[in-house]
Design a protein around this ligand. Structure first.
Ligand SMILES: [Zn+2]
Length: 335
């Protein structure tokens, strides 16, 4: 049913309740079917060029898949229904792997189109292309599928580095906005250390993107509430999506900012996740005994096991927690 709608209907409040189906790696769904959703997690990741490292441990696909399925089942048993893997196309994205993991685990997976930030992406080819060339690739991956897999992307990813947006990254942001306008797919971003989110929004706005369908990812990398409010007041969603990555920014500060924003009524614009990586292609993170302590909670179950209870202890009610885990993802994907 590509490009078709399921028939728009109006709820009693006038809200649209049916719309274009959402692409997942195992077929389409409607927003109401998404259920409890982690908005930013990864299965395999490999930095651009990983496949050239013949001295690295060989990627054992079968055992990696088994591990991923076990990991997904563990979080499914805590209530997870949908797992969004916004791996950009140039850092090891494997949509067949995702489809196999989704089928075997019973967790729905949504994959992305899009290119990563300049310093860690595979940039040489697209640097020489135009915004519309890049947008046409994203549109094709959403409407026709990734390569010849028939698996369609459901979300558009873009990324910027710390305190700067390079020319290449700006091209990718503009391409994402144009592909979003053409296809209706929402946008999710990577930001570094809680910087450049406002500038990302400015670029999206200048392209006429619907900012209510943009997640400024990794916004919990900063606990500066002025930074957060400036973005929220433009209508976007903020990703508090790196819980467990204490070596980048402590959970205590991520929680403090989140609880503050919930306390003043921004619950309709916040989503939760961890940005975990289930397996590394090539050589992965070098974890020292020191950093191991700081990633001990960096697993896809952490929100359910530790963050939700911490929110409840701080007086955040069930309704707001459900809003962040269920209603906001549903509304964000609704087109
Ligand atoms: Zn990520």
């Amino acid at each position: 049913m590509s490009g078709s709608t399921l028939g728009a209907q109006l709820a009693p409040g006038g809200e649209r309740i049916a719309m274009k189906p959402i692409n997942t790696v195992t077929g389409t769904v409607i927003p109401e079917q998404l259920g409890t959703t982690l908005m930013h997690e990864h299965l395999p990741i490999g930095w651009a060029g990983w496949e050239l490292d013949c001295a690295a441990p060989k990627f054992e696909r079968k055992s990696a898949l088994k591990n991923c399925v076990e990991r997904l089942k563990e979080v499914r048993d805590l209530g997870l229904e949908t797992f969004v893997d916004p791996c950009p196309m140039d850092i090891g994205r494997d949509v067949n792997f995702m489809a196999e993991a989704a089928s075997a685990s019973g967790v729905r997976i949504i994959c992305a189109t899009g290119l990563y930030k300049e310093d860690l992406g595979n940039t040489a080819y697209f640097k020489q292309r135009t915004i519309d060339d890049v947008a046409s690739v994203y549109i094709s991956e959403i409407n026709k599928g990734v390569g010849d897999t028939g698996i369609k992307a459901g979300i558009i990813k873009c990324a910027t580095g710390k305190r700067q947006i390079t020319k290449y990254e700006e091209m990718c942001l503009r391409a994402a906005a144009r592909a979003h306008k053409t296809t209706g797919a929402p946008i999710t971003t990577h930001t570094e250390d809680g910087t450049m989110g406002r500038e990302q929004l400015e670029i999206f706005a200048s392209e006429g993107a619907d900012l209510t369908r943009v997640i400024i990812g990794h916004s919990c990398g900063s606990s500066d509430l002025s930074y957060h409010a400036a973005m929220l007041d433009r209508g976007c969603i903020l990703g508090f999506d790196r819980f467990g990555l204490d070596f980048l920014h402590p959970d205590k500060l991520r929680l403090a900012a989140l609880i503050g924003l919930l306390g003043v009524g921004y619950e309709n614009q916040l989503v939760l996740s961890h940005d975990t990586v289930a397996c590394w292609l090539g050589r992965g993170l070098d974890v020292t005994p020191e950093t191991a302590k700081l990633v001990a909670n960096w697993t896809p179950t952490h929100v359910f096991k530790n963050i939700v209870p911490a929110l409840k202890r701080a007086g955040v009610g069930e309704a707001k927690i459900r809003t962040m885990l269920v209603e906001n993802p549903r509304r964000y994907f609704q087109n």
